[in-house]
Design a protein around this ligand. Structure first.
Ligand code: SAH
Ligand code: SF4
Length: 476
């Protein structure tokens, strides 16, 4: 998919060189601040998944380290970066539409720098579109360029020209990028980048490259220092966390998880996403052993039809999937499952769809993230014949959601009159409510009559009622 012939791909330096570029950028920023007699502001907007959120925290950290301050509103920004997503067309159209809206900001402030980052712009055809339709975009950079923000800004600022950087998808993981986390109690840790699975519908392996695992000691140190500085929830991220380490004989994901779970402190660990073909017995044992590991497993099924799973190149059957679920339920009786489903994959018949409804019933998912199939350029599924009509797509989606709603109302009802340990992750809102999540990833809205500061604390909440979207209760 990546033909770099008509893109500039000259950046070859490493993190040490970045420090030299950073020095030059800081000088330019300081001069601008002097001239304008006000701070320079950066605004970063993220599209897509948690891994993008985590990347954006590094982009922001880098920008702050170069002398920018965080803008509260995009209108105030001197540097705007959109960290884009390519998984479905909808996300790409949204990023383009937002980029279109930047034109008037650029007219008001010609000094404004605009950058498009990440998955969407790691595709040749999207770069062409940006070149032709969005000439006011100053720079474009792919997913693996995070550590090179100083170099990119230096180039753009010193030479005042447009730059398009497509990255090398096998670029090794670079450590030491400054990070500014969005939350002071919940932290993402990307443990690996890329994906080797090549599901036939998915663009991720093309735009994020091959699987590259971070060193386990570095990850454990990062987790330790987060916990020591008061973080209560650590989420380990990767496109397929279960294959962590397999690219370089690192420790297994189960061992990594265990090392973090064994750290001292009051915290919870979440992780995503797991590929059903790689859930090991070792991993199940570790989850069962440590109650610091969430009782929630996000296990994307995608389809309940073996024929469609084969066409998707998912490398498991529904039987194999259900066996994993059974094992997990047996070892960890309070575990809940959430999933991703692609509705209207090419060739999926009504019978295939009914099999998807069946498996949802069998597993009893707590949440279903359902997506209508979106053809992605360069993937095998893009070329598959697809005769499913819009009406059928809508009908299937509506049915899936309606059945799920019926199920979730019952599941949520079963929480009533129980006491749940909840991490309170908001301050009291104007109506007097707090919010938090259970270990099973249920959203809880609750009241608290006392005066202590419970933000960032694990509290016990008596669940008094429930709906399809959340549980309601009071702290006891
Ligand atoms: N690595 C993760 C998530 C990948 S993207 C995993 O394998 O589960 C998140 C979800 O987006 C996928 O699970 C899938 O359900 C959905 N998705 C990916 N490509 C898609 C496409 N072309 N059309 C519709 N949904 C898609
Ligand atoms: Fe995409 Fe499949 Fe990799 Fe997930 S496992 S990122 S769906 S190719």
């Amino acid at each position: 998919m990546k033909n770099t012939s008509n893109v500039l791909n000259e950046i070859t330096s490493d993190i040490e060189n970045q420090k030299k570029y950073a020095k030059r950028v800081r000088k330019i920023i300081a001069e601008k601040i002097d001239r304008k007699k006000r701070p320079l502001y950066v605004f970063i907007q993220t599209f897509g998944c948690q891994q993008n959120e985590a990347d954006s925290e590094r982009l922001l950290g880098s920008a702050l380290s170069l002398g920018y301050e965080k803008a509260d509103f995009i209108e105030n920004a001197d540097l705007v970066i959109f960290n884009t997503c390519a998984v479905r067309e909808h996300a790409e159209l949204k990023a383009f539409s937002k980029t279109g809206q930047l034109k008037h900001l650029k007219e008001k402030n010609p000094d404004l720098l605009i950058g498009l980052w990440g998955c969407m712009v790691n595709q040749e055809h999207r770069i062409d579109e940006i070149k032709h339709n969005y000439p006011y975009v100053n720079f474009v950079a792919g997913t693996n360029m995070l550590h090179r923000l100083p170099e990119i800004l230096c180039d753009v600022l010193e030479n005042n020209r447009r730059r398009y950087y497509v990255d090398d998808s096998d670029y090794p993981v670079v450590e030491g990028i400054p990070v500014k986390r969005e939350s002071d109690i919940k932290a993402w840790i990307s443990i690996m980048y890329g994906c080797n699975n090549y599901c036939t519908y998915c663009v991720v392996p093309y735009v994020r490259g091959r699987e590259r695992s971070r060193n386990a000691d570095v990850i454990v140190d990062e987790a330790k220092s987060l916990i020591e500085s008061g973080y209560k929830e650590i989420t380990l991220l990767g496109q397929n966390v279960n294959s962590y380490g397999s690219d370089k004989n690192e420790v297994s994901f189960a061992k990594l998880l265990e090392r973090i779970a064994a750290l001292d402190g009051d915290f919870i660990i979440r992780f995503m996403t797991s590929h059903p073909k790689d859930v090991s017995d070792e991993l199940i044992d570790v989850i069962a052993k440590y109650d610091k590991i969430e009782r929630h497993f996000h296990l994307p099924i995608q389809s309940g039809s073996d024929e469609i799973l084969r066409k998707m190149n998912r490398k498991y059957t529904t039987d194999a999937y259900l066996k994993v679920v059974e094992k997990l339920k047996k070892a960890i009786p309070d575990i809940v499952f959430t999933t991703d489903i692609i509705v209207a994959f090419p060739g999926a018949t009504d019978e295939d769809f009914n099999q998807t409804l069946d498996i949802c019933e069998k597993v009893g998912y707590d949440s279903i993230y359902s997506f209508v199939f979106s053809p992605r350029k360069g993937t095998p599924a893009e070329k598959m014949e697809n005769n499913i009509t819009e009406a059928q797509k809508n009908e299937r989606m509506a049915k899936l959601l309606a059945e799920h709603r019926e199920r979730i109302v019952k599941i949520n009802k079963s929480y009533e009159n129980t006491v749940q340990k909840v991490l309170c992750d908001t301050r009291r809102n104007e109506s007097g409510f707090y919010f938090g999540k259970t270990s099973t990833f249920k959203l809880v809205k609750f009241t608290y009559e006392g005066n202590n500061n419970i933000y960032g604390k694990f509290v016990n909440v008596l669940i008094t009622s429930s709906g399809d979207a959340m549980l309601y209760g009071k702290m006891i």
